[in-house]
Design a protein around this ligand. Sequence first.
Ligand code: NAD
Length: 543
Amino acid sequence: MSSSIVSTPAPFNEAIGAFAPGSAERASLKTRLAALMDQQLEIPVVVGEREIHTGRVAESRTPHDHGHVLGRYHEAGEKEVALAIAASASVKSHWSAMNWEDRAAIFLKAADLLAGPYRDEINAATMLCQSKTVFQAEIDAACELVDFWRFNVHFMEQLYAVQPESADGMWNTMDYRPLEGFVFAVSPFNFTSIAGNLPTAPAIMGNTVLWKPSSTQTYSAWVIMKVLHEAGLPAGVISFLPGEGAAIGGPVLASPDLAGIHFTGSTPTFRHLWRTVGENIERYHSYPRLVGETGGKDFVFAHPSAHIQSLVTALVRGAFEYQGQKCSAASRAFIPASLWDEVISGMQEQMSRIKMGSPLEFSNFVCAVIDQKAYDKISGYIAHAKNSDDHRILAGGECDDSQGYFISPTLVEADSPQSRLMCEEIFGPVLTVYRYPDQRMDETLAEVEKASPYALTGAIFCRDRAEIKRMSMLLRSAAGNFYINDKPTGAVVGQQPFGGGRASGTNDKAGSIYNLVRWMSPRVIKETFAPPQDFPYPHMGED
Ligand code: NAD
């Protein structure tokens, strides 16, 4: 037992590699990519010390070449969920009683393992399984997850340091307990970093977690489990339960020990989980904490004073990087008539230079969308744009799923801010633009506010300071992450905590102290040093 008051190393954002031609990091990553292409992984369910091969297997394939099998994963079901709940209960007292600095050390070590010896593996797995370019994989799978682990440790320390005042004769303290029971972490396909953060943020705070990764991300999720194991995370703290949503979600949500849900994914799935928790509320030992970051219909609003080249570049990067499959991706834009021709021709010019294909070819800017379901949904929206009277395709619009799920970056003009493609989340490389009359700017800003149910990210482009201030206030509730003269994607842990309101989520700000607050249940302790010895108060004496 040590007798020191320690502090954790100051967190810093992991530097992003350039992977330039001829660099050592590029050569090393290519070697790892080739190795993963050459083998097929067998991924188990992990519960406590056990790696379980259930025999119910599904395949992980590369979206840009759907004939290529990267590996197979075993699917969990009701039996494995029951085992995971038992494993979680058996390790809980040990984990929650561990000194916080020892928990911190495990995640700081995981961060350094990921930044160093596992960097190629997590990047290569993410490039292949989620069809990300090297840059998109690096900023997500390596850098952002490293940042989550370093910064969450720092936030934990800050939280624990918050203690109440103490009047004379007493000592008041706060004991930051984890939640009673386990947390259910349910992660989406699109960010390896989010997949890693959802189970580990509650675990850092002393909770045990059942983690269900997305089926189309299980392959890279497995690398995270390997890193956590090597970092010394005790068995049972995080159970790894790949498989079909309802087959795992059903028995998990029926458990009286459910203490919280840490979710990122679509709005309908989160609403389903919330509804089920509501229906089961009598069963639970406590009120489960529900934290969910969900869908978006993220906007870019151009003021007539906008700098055109900055706007065009932000639209191209913001809408089409990672095939528009970022919750924060720009998917509706409002362009004043006075700038329209220049903005559209600028976009068409930049889009004509975009290369699409496999992430193994580093010059590609756009790869494939995640799976057949996504391809069908996105191409359905493009077909709607082609066939309806109130939309026109201005660039792109080609779809081809013969070898991979390829959809070319697509620019659509809509006649109304309320047209279907201006309001619904498409989650693909489709940007819908609306030309507004300059003199109707305020009516158009009101449409940005109310035409879509989401409120995740948004950006304005403007060079007039007074107008920046005014628009920012008019759009105050329209986005949880608001950008001025920048694209609405690319939030960095510790710099732009992430999350939105309305149909976009509970806005508990991943990558911040506000998220970690949700995973603890404080106990206040008052200790009195010289307690009173008799009951009467002074006012009760005789005059
Ligand atoms: P999804 O809702 O289809 O799936 C998310 C997870 O929920 C998956 O692991 C899935 O298997 C699981 N799931 C589905 N049904 C379930 C059930 N009944 N019980 C338990 N788990 C269940 O989402 P997705 O396609 O993986 O991700 C894309 C969505 O995520 C988009 O809507 C995007 O906007 C959103 N997203 C939001 C943020 C944010 O921070 N707001 C970040 C990333 C992604």
